[in-house]
Design a protein around this ligand. Sequence first.
Ligand code: NDP
Ligand code: F7E
Length: 325
Amino acid sequence: MEIPRDSRVYVAGHRGLVGSALVRKLEGEGFSNVLTATRDELDLRDQSEVSHWFKANRPEYVFLVAGTVGGIMANSTRPAEFIYDNMMIHGTVVHAAHEYDTSKLLYLGSSCIYPRAAEQPISEDELLTGPLEPTNEWYAVAKIAGIKLCQAYRRQYGRDFISAMPTNLYGPGDNFDLVSSHVLPALMRKFHDSIGEPDPEVVVWGTGSPLREFLHVDDLADACLFLMEHYSADEHINVGTGVDLSIRELAEKIRDVVNPDARLTFDKTKPDGTPRKVLDVSKLNDLGWSPSYDLDAGVRSTYDWFLASLAAHDDLRGFDAAEVA
Ligand SMILES: NC(=O)C1=CN([C@@H]2O[C@H](COP(=O)(O)OP(=O)(O)OC[C@H]3O[C@@H](n4cnc5c(N)ncnc54)[C@H](OP(=O)(O)O)[C@@H]3O)[C@@H](O)[C@H]2O)C=CC1
Ligand SMILES: C[C@H]1O[C@H](OP(=O)(O)OP(=O)(O)OC[C@H]2O[C@@H](n3cnc4c(=O)[nH]c(N)nc43)[C@H](O)[C@@H]2O)[C@@H](O)[C@@H](O)C1=O
């Protein structure tokens, strides 16, 4: 069902990687009533603030894409923030959407919900079949609770709340901080920082052998709108490309785009995390959706965006203002 373009559509987390891509997508599709609130205006961990905001704004459609998010190091060193913030944000927004009669809500989880030893490619029914990856189990537990929240409100109150599980994402608006970011923006920045050095060297964490799948955030935004319009069921649904590569291959790809002179070294004292997590995306493909970016084009266009943002002194996440001045 096509959503009327004048509907009140709330993007929770609109300044993030995913939220900003969703706002671009919705505006590009002619949505004229996209609702947003900054963290200063609305702390999504606070039920009374969130309920008050829903009462005042009555969103008809909600994209729940806010959260405390980060790469392997942030997840392993800040477990309390990752479990508390995400459980609270999922709970407050889902509950307020029920209280104030939101027509439909899409909740975004993550491929880290699946067991570390899940069968590959990972189909939706691998959920809760085995132990989680220890570097991100706190975040994964909160993300699994988000799926269960949507199912519970669906079953008890008949709410049309759905869940999508994306693979690792990248693109414009990513976090480039060297400690808290995910691998793709981290390596892009490291190669960029190595330009002009006499013997450019980039340190890759871990062994380089883990396998990961990467989806461009504009493809994810497209999939989110597609699911909002075409999917309504209890079970969560995977969103990805179904194609993976090793971290070494990813590093070589980014090196070739950013600084072909750089040499790779591997810091094996850093964690590898889960050995492989590639999603089975046949369920989404069967509904008629597939991604449009390939990884080479996506890395190149993201680096073009990165350079343009630096040149324009735009706000690049993970950089001090002084670094881009
Ligand atoms: N990035 C990835 O590779 C993946 C992401 N996901 C999921 O996608 C969703 C979005 O992730 P992503 O866009 O990468 O994350 P970002 O960190 O880029 O964005 C998160 C957004 O949530 C907002 N937010 C966080 N805490 C609060 C709060 N207490 N109150 C109000 N707003 C808050 C942030 O606001 P502010 O701008 O003020 O910080 C920001 O806008 C998350 O659910 C994540 O789990 C899933 C798989 C992979
Ligand atoms: C999306 C997903 O993201 C997280 O899981 P992850 O895929 O393990 O996260 P990552 O992107 O940080 O790392 C991927 C791989 O890459 C290696 N690696 C090399 N060099 C760098 C590096 O410089 N930075 C980072 N971050 N990783 C590096 C790193 O050692 C690892 O082997 C979850 O915690 C959770 O948040 C989640 O759901």
